[in-house]
Design a protein around this ligand. Structure first.
Ligand SMILES: [Zn+2]
Length: 353
């Protein structure tokens, strides 16, 4: 019986070395320490042994059981340690590697230009004035001296809004320019002091919408920055001085500018302002279409009818207004050839700014 226990112990210890993973280890435990293992069956047999044999056999059986349990625990711990060592080797962490850079967003190129325009006019004392994008025909056209059926409306095909009610001559539309803000701003100032309204010096940035065929040169939505100065003794000289200085601050101190006569319903006289082509220096190139000049904005003295509609007496007040397209100016600054890039959301374009 004692000899049998020695063999059980040796066989169990020998097979333990072949268990190389957790599953094999559990199978070994069932085979050698489980309820029906040879060792446990020995305990069952103790009762049938002669009385004087029992203590020695029982003691030896307990020794073997303790030895197998200790060997199992030691082998189990060794396997676990080996697994940890293997994992550390396989997933080695190099703490000297530089961290992953955090991805930062950036400003849209139009916003970059808008911020430069705001900064320049802020230094000249102009405040930013924002107004609604959905307008009435009255504000978008009539008060700005575009009567119904006026041919100048042809230039600004519009998105009308079906408001569900008959509004007659005054339908709702998406504004075609930021100019209705001129009337809102003037009327707000007049409300402050109807007898002697304070002067106005504002720029009006915002999105405009026209029913245009989308091409490389025209979009159905675009930003505009309008400017308006109203007060006493404001002359065309003030207009030219302010806008020439603006052009120098935006395009460089050397840039020359010129004014060409033009027509807008809400200004009289009206002009368009060109700057000397900064690509060819005025010699003529494809960017300036060989003219040497680039058109950057439209402007003029505020029409007396518009001043009156805003609440300012045209006999006592004068003013000038101008309007420019930040996308067009961005195209000139960066020589972008297609306006559709601005709303295409193509990162290859946007990440260049
Ligand atoms: Zn040129």
């Amino acid at each position: 019986m004692l000899e049998e226990l020695n063999q059980i112990e040796q066989a169990a210890l020998a097979s333990l070395d072949t268990a190389q993973d957790e599953a094999a280890l559990q199978r070994w435990k069932v085979a050698h320490l489980g309820r029906s293992s040879p060792l446990m069956l020995t305990f069952d047999k103790l009762g049938s042994l002669a009385k004087e044999e029992r203590p020695a056999i029982g003691r030896r059986a307990n020794q073997v059981k303790q030895a197998l349990e200790a060997a199992f625990a030691a082998h189990s711990a060794a396997l676990e340690q080996a697994a940890i060592t293997r994992a550390l080797g396989a997933e080695r962490l190099d703490v000297t590697l530089p961290g992953r850079p955090v991805l930062l967003g950036r400003l849209h190129p139009t916003n970059c230009t808008l911020r430069r325009i705001y900064a320049i006019f802020a230094e000249m004392g102009f405040q930013v004035y924002r107004s609604r994008e959905v307008e009435t025909d009255e504000y978008n056209f009539q008060l700005l001296n575009f009567p119904p059926h006026h041919p100048a409306r042809e230039m600004q095909d519009s998105y009308y809004i079906d408001s569900g009610t008959a509004r007659g001559d005054n339908p709702l539309l998406l504004r075609t320019h930021t100019s209705p803000g001129q009337i809102h701003a003037m009327r707000q100032m007049v409300a402050l002091n109807p007898q002697d309204p304070p002067p106005v010096r504002i720029i009006l940035p915002g999105m405009c919408f026209r029913y245009e065929q989308i091409t490389a040169r025209s979009e159905m939505q675009f930003n505009q920055v309008e400017g308006l100065a109203v007060g006493k003794d404001i002359t065309f000289g003030d207009l030219k001085g302010t806008l020439s200085d603006f052009a120098r601050r935006l395009f460089g101190q050397q840039v020359r500018s010129r004014f060409r006569a033009s027509h807008f319903p809400f200004t009289e006289p009206s002009a368009e302002m060109d700057i000397e082509c900064f690509v060819c220096g005025g010699a003529g190139c494809p960017v300036c279409k060989r003219t040497g000049w680039l058109e950057i904005l439209g402007c003029g003295m505020v029409h007396p009818i518009v001043l009156r509609n805003g609440g300012y007496d045209p006999l006592r007040y004068t003013g000038y207004a101008f309007g420019m397209g930040p996308e067009r100016i961005t195209m000139l600054l960066h020589r972008i050839e297609d306006i559709r890039y601005f709303w295409a959301n193509d990162l290859r374009f946007l990440e260049q700014f």
